[in-house]
Structures are given as C-alpha cells and as structure tokens.
Design a protein around this ligand. Sequence first.
Ligand SMILES: *Cc1c(COP(=O)(O)O)cnc(C)c1O
Length: 494
Amino acid sequence: MSHELDNEAASFGAERDLDPQDWDQFSKEAHRGLDLMIDYLRRVRSRKVWQPAPDSVRERFRASLPHEGRPLASLIDEFADSMLPYANGNLHPLFMGWVHGAGTPVGMVAEMFAAGMNANCGGRDHIAIEVEKEIVLWLSEAFEFPREASGVFVTGTSMANLVAAVVARTGALGEPIRRSGLRQAQGQLVGYASQEAHGSIERAFEIVGIGSAYLRRIPVDAGRSMKIDALSAAIAKDRAEGLVPFLVVGSAGTVNTGAIDELDALADFCAKEDLWFHIDGAFGALCVLSPALKPLVKGIERADSIALDFHKWLHVPYDAGFFLCRHPQIHRETFMSTAAYLARAPRGLAAADIWPCDLGPDLSRGFRALKTWFTFQAYGTERLGAAIAQTCRIAKHLEALIAGSELFELRAKVRLNIVCFSVKGDETGEINRELVMDLHESGIAAPSITRLEGRPVIRAAIVNHRTRAADMETFVAAAEASARRIRARARERM
Ligand SMILES: *Cc1c(COP(=O)(O)O)cnc(C)c1O
C-alpha cells in the first residue's frame, strides 16, 4: 500500500521549511509591524476608548480555512484595518470598566523576544526556567515569604485560586488523596471566603470536586471585609456537624469595591484553627510594592499561599498570573508526576530538580516570566509601586468629584482604586445601566456596572498607569451629560 508520505521521499533535497525565503524582505515587513505597534501605543489617547466592530468587519472573520499562504505584508495590513481599531480598550486612560492591565511598550517588546525564543517552560535545563525561578525569589522578597517558597506562573488568578484549592486539599488530606479521590476521604472538606470574594474561588471548589456548596460565603462588615466572628461561628458549626474545615480565602482587594479583609487577624485565626490561609490578591497583593499602600495588606506575609496577577496592576501583557506557596513540599507533592518522558537525568538537557510542571497542572507553557522580568527590570519596584499608588490617588479624586456632584452619589467606601457610584434616585439601577452603555458607545470613557446590595451601580476601576487626575473631570462631565440626556429621554416618553 503506497502512502502519500512515502512518495514524498522522492522530493528529498527539495524540502521546504516555514522560514522566510527572503530574510531581508521579512525584516523590512517585521520592522514595519513593530513601528505600527509603537505608533499605536504612542497615540492611544487620541483614539476612542472602544468602538464596536461593524458587521462588515466581523464578516471577514467568517472565511473558510486558508489553504494557501499570503504574504506577511497583507496580513499586517488586515490586522491594522480589521483588528486594531476594534480592540478591548484597556490601553486607554479612560478605560475603567474592569480590573484590566494597560500593558507597556516594554512588555510588548519582551513578548516578541519570548515568542522568538519559543521556550517550552514546562521544565528541563534551560535559562527560561532560571528566569522563572528568579521571579519566585523576587516575590518571596516582596511578600516577605521564606526564600524556599515555591511559585509558578499560570494564566491568571482564577487558575492560581484553583491551584490553591488543590494544594490546600493535599495539605489537609495528604498526598495519597491524589489517587484515592475525595470520595474515599474521611469527611467532607469545607472552605470559607467572604461574600465579596471573587467567583473564581467558587469555581475552583466545583472543579476540584469539593463542591461549591462547601464554600461558605461569610458576611462582610461595613467596609466589606469578612466578619471574623461570623467565620469563627461558621467553622464551629461545620465542625460540630462532622465536616472538615480546611481552607480560608482572604481577599486583598475585592473586584467589586477593592475591599481588603483583615489579613493579620485572619492569619492569627487560621494559625489557631490549623487552617490553610490562602489570599486572593489578584491585584491588591501588589500593594506591597508601594510604601504608602503596603500597610493595608499587613498580614499577607503570613499567608500559606497567594494568588496574584502581573497582568493587572503591574501591566505585564496578558496573560501572567502567579501562585506563590509557603510550603514547597506540599506544593510539589500535589502535582509531581512520574511519567517516563518527565524523568530527570543527572546531566544534559533533562537535568535539574524541580520543574514548573511539578508545581501546576500545565506541562507545555510559555515564557511568561520574561515579560514579567522585563517589566520589573525596566521600571523597578519604586516606579511600579508609584504607578499603583497613583491610581489610588486618582480614585480619591474621582470620589471627591462624585461627592460634589449634584447628580451622583457614592455607593461604597473607596479603599483602593475602585469607585462605585450611582445616579441619585435611581432606585432600580436602570439609569446607571443606560448611562454605562451610552458612555461605552460614545467612546469617551468605559466604566462598568456591578451590583451592590442587589442594585446595579456604576463602577470605575482605576488601574491604568496612563490615567491622569484630569481624565476624571472629563469622565464625570461626560457621565453627567449622559445622565441628563437619559432623564430627558425618560421625560419625553412620559
Ligand atoms: C481579576 C480577579 C480574579 C481573576 O483573575 P484572572 O486573572 O482574571 O483569572 C480573581 N480575584 C480577583 C479579586 C480579581 O480581581
């Protein structure tokens, strides 16, 4: 039986690879692409925050699978015409919708280097692994963790929270639980997080197989921090019923309002009760980089593990989440595999002891450490911390503008960089919702909607290093004009 592949033996000597045939031409095109992107970043302020892609553009992405290649030049043109203008908007200084990072030109260049190296950071003995280990050391220093702490890059904090739940499970039930599964466990595991905690923790409980019904959502106080007496009572009740409390998740910066749990008190509590203390510090953990903000997260240095994102307040290009763990042994025992192709050699490329694939669910993984390394090195922690603190000062400025506005009222205390407010007298939140959609479509600013006390409110999360205090005046003026228009439209309909 003759095979297509056998026949191709006839073409030995005429093999083709996927590299350019004309490297000089490729270089010219690639430089044009780089200039295009540098220009795009330089002029971000002159564009709308966001605009929807028209149907004619969306239609272009419904073509059939390409059989023949096209020149790079035409792809760059299509990218520039059909993709760049319809981006997410998070680079723009008036994007305040969600807790999104804004990226940096340095991060963009680092991404290119990482793609060029195309390292597989699952493991083995190459320099990318050393760079990732250096980031672990830097974080241990920043969070005052022991130098032996372990850590691993993951996509984002959602994944880091999932890793935390799995590692804490191993911590509670021991390594054999990996084989026996939770059904064989003595008793039902239960975890605790505040009502304001991120939804990814609930999902982690679902995915791990503990079940989200066994993540107790603990009420919060007026500052939206977890009530520790309520936590204590919930744990006592669960223990009395024969359940097995194992994990408390503290929030350092909630996504709704930027609230921070009392981390020191939670650390005391977890030590006394012998519970794993994980902190979801997706963005707020990085308060440690600012001397002004660091006291707010006091106690984070006592956590058993921390989940955080470099792609939010540190502006490392997406994606770059991280899981840091005080207990390297338990961390490793949770994920280490004995598969033959992962065997370690005493010498050569397969040498080295701990590989990133021993510390998380991924095997093949990109060089996320590089763009993070470039970001830390290019700016230094002082400037990065100052950029973080600046967003909090601008949030305070926005808070003052809202407090002084005739049309708006504040809806939550501003703890960090998130301002939640409402149109006065908007009982149902309908005007707030209209206003946010109007602003998005205007391209002037992009806040978002969240729910507080069951009611839709306007949320402005100031994350972007490009945002200036003066942008808040623009934002509030546009929001007030929009509120007046919506009121006038409503009156016309009556
Ligand atoms: C953003 C966020 C998450 C989820 O992180 P991803 O990087 O989007 O997966 C979890 N918790 C908090 C508090 C967040 O702000």
